[in-house]
Design a protein around this ligand. Sequence first.
Ligand SMILES: *[C@@H]1O[C@H](CO)[C@@H](O)[C@H](O)[C@H]1NC(C)=O
Ligand SMILES: *[C@@H]1O[C@H](CO)[C@@H](O)[C@H](O)[C@H]1NC(C)=O
Ligand SMILES: *[C@@H]1O[C@H](CO)[C@@H](O)[C@H](O)[C@H]1NC(C)=O
Ligand SMILES: *[C@@H]1O[C@H](CO)[C@@H](O)[C@H](O)[C@H]1NC(C)=O
Ligand SMILES: [Cu+2]
Length: 196
Amino acid sequence: MRFSTVLAATAFAAFTYAEEHVVKVGANGLKFEPSTITAAEGDHVIFEFYAKNHSVAQGAFNSPCKPSDGGFWSGFVPASGTTPNETTFMYTVANASAPIWVYCTQGSHCQSGMVAAINAPSTGNTLEKYINGSSLATENLSPTSAAGEGGMLMQGTSHSGTPSGSATPGASGAASTLNNGMAFTGLMSMFAFLMM
Ligand SMILES: *[C@@H]1O[C@H](CO)[C@@H](O)[C@H](O)[C@H]1NC(C)=O
Ligand SMILES: *[C@@H]1O[C@H](CO)[C@@H](O)[C@H](O)[C@H]1NC(C)=O
Ligand SMILES: *[C@@H]1O[C@H](CO)[C@@H](O)[C@H](O)[C@H]1NC(C)=O
Ligand SMILES: *[C@@H]1O[C@H](CO)[C@@H](O)[C@H](O)[C@H]1NC(C)=O
Ligand SMILES: [Cu+2]
């Protein structure tokens, strides 16, 4: 095989492998839809924010409605009417074996069940148990980190579009940029191959 073919095949595989999982935040009341997300390493979970004024923060199973150390944070993303704010928050799954617990930090939305999980186990520490724990939380805290931490704030749901000027690439944002870079390399390599 020619080198360019190998490169194109590799880059193309990397590009098509990452899936996008869109989660609607507050589109139909105080909930994430879906609230159970199954995602592979490298997949993008994209949160779309509906009215009125929600957020998404990463928490820890044992301390519901509180941010986890180094967890991701979208900041508050208000919207009105029935269309979501054009700013979305993208989290790239770094470890599909580690469940990711998330909640909305607005008012008492977390206690009201506005929580979700990425790759939650079906036994033991389940989403249902996390919801029960959240309902008993005495406070609902926002992270103190900058909005966009641990992920990427962007315009629209497609990460292949041009990220906004205010995009805040965290550790996983860098991974996304890498993916785009690889996709681009893949396309260029395929052109190179076709031209041979
Ligand atoms: C959204 O909620 C946050 C936290 O309660 C608040 O600081 C912010 O002003 C709100 N934004 C709007 C537009 O209501
Ligand atoms: C969308 O959310 C951003 C915060 O990410 C906020 O500054 C902006 O005002 C919101 N847009 C609308 C139309 O509410
Ligand atoms: C991924 O998460 C699992 C479960 O928490 C953990 O045991 C493992 O060490 C993690 N892997 C990496 C590379 O961090
Ligand atoms: C959650 O709480 C409900 C209502 O109290 C209870 O019926 C259910 O068994 C609890 N589930 C778990 C997994 O703790
Ligand atoms: Cu909310």
